[in-house]
Write a protein that binds this ligand. Structure first.
Ligand SMILES: [Zn+2]
Length: 360
């Protein structure tokens, strides 16, 4: 797998480290993922997301879109500086060209529809800047789509609004992949109904195994399969396992955790994550394969992939620390998955969706 660069990861937050901490993602460094470690582990394609903290919405006029642009600028800089490791994907053909050149196909995305500031023109502007994935909503509710979290106030629709349907349709027309992780259930089903192309839920797990609001239930998994889409199983310990989530909740109450600071939010999160990874008993990577196996059981082998959420999560399961995707392949093989099935989950399924949805 490493030789063939067969792995496709639908979600990583590493751009924040590049922008806020000046980390060089072209070299082996801090955090959970960089191009060096990715390439060593067989990474062939990665969605680099610009996660827009909702605090930027209130900070200033156009604060959210400005933050997204700054993160996308960090991606652009990386792609220009390291053509030996990364190729920016603007069209479907770039996926194959990156593979031929033996570099990572980097797909710029935005996590959080608040970045488009309720404007289709802004969406177009991001498309022109190279954005090819939009996670319609993050944990904050919007005027046009409800998140999976509680606490939606008045003015938040039950699912996807009429404007939200237009966002999905415009994305389909232009060749942007619709990402439904973080969406409320009704929003999720509405978006599938509105989309003429296969979609992704880039970083989620199975609610049947752990009833976390970020995980997908049986109806969602089946609806996603019907659409031709793919769920990227996340390496987030809190989504994977109730016990792990409870232990993390307890740890966050400890003074030693709360005393952790940093020069900005990104550094603080990084240090908190390192503390958590060190202090808590590790979660076995078998738990990731539990979620993969369940999603395969419900949605089918053609509708499951990986979406690590590296550099967006505090800790990762044991053995997955250095983007060691090969461990997933190994554990799947031990569970009796065939090689062709492992290939689909590690990369081919997402490759198919992106090839169908991106511009040609
Ligand atoms: Zn997320």
């Amino acid at each position: 797998l490493a030789r063939e660069r067969a792995v496709f990861d639908a979600h990583a937050d590493s751009l924040q480290r590049a922008l806020d901490l000046d980390h060089d993602l072209g070299e082996r460094g801090a955090g959970q993922l960089d191009l060096w470690r990715g390439q060593a582990a067989g990474l062939g394609a990665l969605v680099f997301v610009a996660w827009v903290d909702p605090k930027y919405v209130e900070a200033e006029m156009h604060g959210a879109s400005a933050r997204a642009k700054a993160l996308l600028g960090a991606f652009q800089t990386l792609a220009e500086r390291r053509p030996d490791r990364l190729r920016a994907v603007r069209a479907a053909q770039d996926l194959a060209l990156a593979r031929d050149a033996r570099v990572v196909a980097g797909i710029p995305g935005i996590e959080g529809g608040h970045a488009i500031e309720e404007s289709l023109e802004r969406l177009e502007e991001f498309f022109e800047l190279g954005v090819r994935v939009l996670t319609l909503v993050w944990n904050n509710h919007l005027s046009w789509i409800r998140s999976c979290q509680d606490g939606a106030g008045a003015g938040v629709p039950a699912g996807l609004s009429e404007f939200g349907r237009r966002v999905v349709q415009r994305m389909n027309e232009r060749g942007m992949v619709v990402d439904l992780s973080h969406a409320g259930k009704r929003s999720f089903l509405d978006a599938l109904d509105a989309s003429s192309k296969p979609v992704i839920a880039s970083h989620s797990g199975c609610a049947t195994l752990h009833g976390h609001p970020r995980n997908l239930d049986e109806e969602q998994l089946r609806a996603l399969a019907k659409n031709g889409g793919v769920v990227g199983i996340a390496f987030c310990t809190a989504f994977l396992d109730e016990g792990a989530r409870a232990a993390e909740r307890t740890l966050r109450q400890q003074p030693a955790y709360q005393a952790i600071g940093g020069k900005n939010d990104t550094e603080r999160s990084l240090l908190q994550g390192e503390f958590m990874q060190r202090e808590l008993p590790g979660l076995t990577a078998e738990r990731v394969v539990d979620h993969i196996a369940h999603a395969v059981y419900t949605a089918g082998i053609d509708h499951v992939g990986l979406g690590s959420d590296y550099d967006g999560i505090e800790r990762v399961p044991l053995g997955l620390e250095d983007a060691n995707y090969a461990l997933i392949a190994e554990l799947m093989e031990r569970r009796g998955f065939y090689e062709a099935e492992i290939r689909k989950v590690l990369g081919e399924n997402l490759q198919r969706v992106f090839t169908q949805a991106l511009p040609h």
